[in-house]
Ligand binder design. Structure first.
Ligand code: NAP
Ligand code: MG
Length: 492
């Protein structure tokens, strides 16, 4: 339920959370937050200075080594995370509203993301209770001495968490949830375009009883706020979600300093429809694989491959589905396509459409911006582009699908894998063996058969190749915030 009664935080003083206190930037600087559906400035957040970041990291470091944090233990952390999830659930309508106003996403997508975030956080709360090492069942014997030998897990330390604008609440929870469950403390930087839900999540974390300094939120630009944070010498681990370009920079800085690092980056995920697919399932699923959250999803199914005999039918079906999608403000429940996040992002997406057309692509539908002050554009399909076209190779991050026919199984696997990325893949077929063979042959971290974009907190999410390093969710997601220690105790 989306209503302006949930907008109080938009008018609040611009503050961020450092060491349990809500503070403006030390130099008072702020950043305007814009509603992408109207182009209006609707809120402000602090632009954290390097010295603000330093205070936040030092607070996280102090808390990590405090008796209060140690004594909380896994059970205490789990209880707080569970309470936090309950509070997010109780305030879901407000978070959804703020997400729609600041990101522009359709209300149904915002609701899905908030509900999913609650489930993910409960998973992390439960995971805190099952962190364990291994125990060598027979004491190790070496040179006549015997030892009791075991390994254990410890929090990796202070974590720098940097998130993008496309799924603010989801990204916030996917970073802070496992970090806190593992016993780490953290400083998170939301994207400068979408800081408001982060502030609300911070308030709710405090209400849940999280000790001061365990979760710090610094709002600001990539440089200097984000860059100071990830390079800070007291940071032990960096977890980043965003563009491959920024990820490469952050990753190389982290490796130089031997910090632990997880990167969730971009994608150019294929969606494959075989002749034998149930087209009534495949057509809407392949359409929403690209149009979900207005195409601003890292695992968007942005390359469609359809087997020749069904190509015209599937393309016409997706074009018809596209025409049925209302484009407009996410506050209106019927609108399934919202604005792009910014004027700059819309220009970038339209530039890809223009490049596709100049590379010889055919415009099946869409392709134009909408009149008005919001950053809307028509959902767009391009066909008949060669595999070297920029619109086929690069992540567009908007509602633009490129469609290509294929004849043979091996041919389409070749197309699917002809990418630097490897995040997601959709396969539509009724043939079980074909589904298994395709799922095994595609180099991607997440494969969906006869569906698209299903996530579960027990299953790791992440990418091959330039889609990133490491995984979120699943046991891997917690492991990424832990160090392993082996201990040998000599027995007298
Ligand atoms: P981005 O530059 O990768 O930003 C992601 C986050 O990193 C933001 O919080 C950003 O701050 C911060 N950041 C930027 N430079 C940094 C640095 N040197 N050190 C530390 N933090 C830094 O992404 P973007 O500029 O928002 O979007 C650019 C393109 O990236 C999009 O058009 C899209 O193609 C892609 N993208 C992909 C994903 C994904 O999930 N795969 C998500 C978002 C964007 P600011 O917000 O202040 O810049
Ligand atoms: Mg940026």
């Amino acid at each position: 339920m989306l209503g302006s009664q949930h907008g109080a935080l938009l008018n609040a003083d611009p503050v961020m959370l450092i060491d349990g206190a809500w503070r403006p930037a030390s130099d008072g600087a702020t950043i305007d937050v814009t509603d992408p559906a109207t182009g209006e400035v609707i809120a402000r957040c602090p632009a954290a200075t390097p010295s603000d970041v330093n205070v936040a990291v030092e607070a996280a470091h102090r808390t990590l080594h405090s008796a209060e944090w140690r004594q909380l233990g896994a059970e205490g952390r789990s209880t707080i995370l569970w309470r936090w999830a309950d509070l997010i659930e109780a305030n879901a309508a407000e978070l959804s509203y703020l997400e729609v106003r600041t990101n522009g996403m359709p209300g149904a997508f915002a609701d899905w993301m908030i509900n999913s975030s609650v489930a993910w956080l409960r998973h992390f709360a439960a995971s805190a209770l099952s962190i364990h090492g291994t125990n060598v069942s027979d004491s190790v014997s070496k040179g006549g001495d015997t030892y009791h030998a075991f390994s254990g897990k410890e929090p990796v330390g202070v974590c720098a968490l940097v998130i993008p604008w496309n799924g603010p609440t989801g990204s916030f929870v996917l970073k802070t949830g496992p970090a806190l469950a593992a016993g780490c403390t953290c400083v998170i930087k939301p994207a400068e375009l979408t800081p408001v839900t982060a502030i609300r999540l911070g308030q709710l974390a405090q209400e849940a009883g999280l000790p001061n300094g365990a979760l710090n939120i610094v709002t600001g630009y990539g440089t200097p706020t984000g860059s100071t944070l990830v390079r800070h010498p007291l940071v032990n681990k960096v977890s980043f979600t965003g563009s491959t370009e920024t990820g490469r920079q952050i990753g190389s800085d982290a490796v130089r300093d031997l910090k632990r690092v997880t990167l969730e980056l971009g994608g150019k995920s294929p969606c494959i429809v075989f002749d034998d697919a149930d087209l009534e399932t495949a057509i809407p699923a392949a359409a929403m694989a690209i149009y979900g959250n207005t195409g601003q999803v890292c695992f968007a199914g942005s390359r469609l491959f359809v087997q020749r005999a069904s190509y015209d039918k599937v393309l016409a079906g997706i074009a018809e589905f596209t025409a049925s999608l209302n484009v407009g403000s996410g506050l209106v429940p019927q609108n399934m396509i919202g604005p792009l996040i910014s004027a700059k992002q819309r220009d970038r997406v339209l530039d890809y459409v223009a490049s596709g057309l100049s590379d010889g692509g055919e415009l099946v539908c869409g392709g134009s911006p909408l009149d008005g002050n919001g950053y809307f554009m028509q959902p767009t399909i391009l066909a008949n582009l060669g595999s070297s076209a920029r619109a086929v190779r690069e992540e567009i991050f908007g509602p633009v699908l490129v469609a290509t026919p294929f004849d043979e199984f091996d041919e389409v696997i070749g197309y699917a894998n002809d990418t630097d990325y490897g995040l997601g893949a959709g396969i539509f077929t009724r043939d079980l063996s074909k589904a298994h063979n395709a799922a095994r042959s595609i180099r991607a971290g997440n494969v969906w058969v006869n569906c698209y974009g299903v996530l579960h907190p027990s299953l790791p999410f992440g990418g091959f190749g330039k889609s990133g390093l490491g995984r979120e969710m699943g046991t891997e997601g917690i492991e990424a915030f832990l160090e392993t220690k082996s201990t040998f105790m000599k027995l007298a």
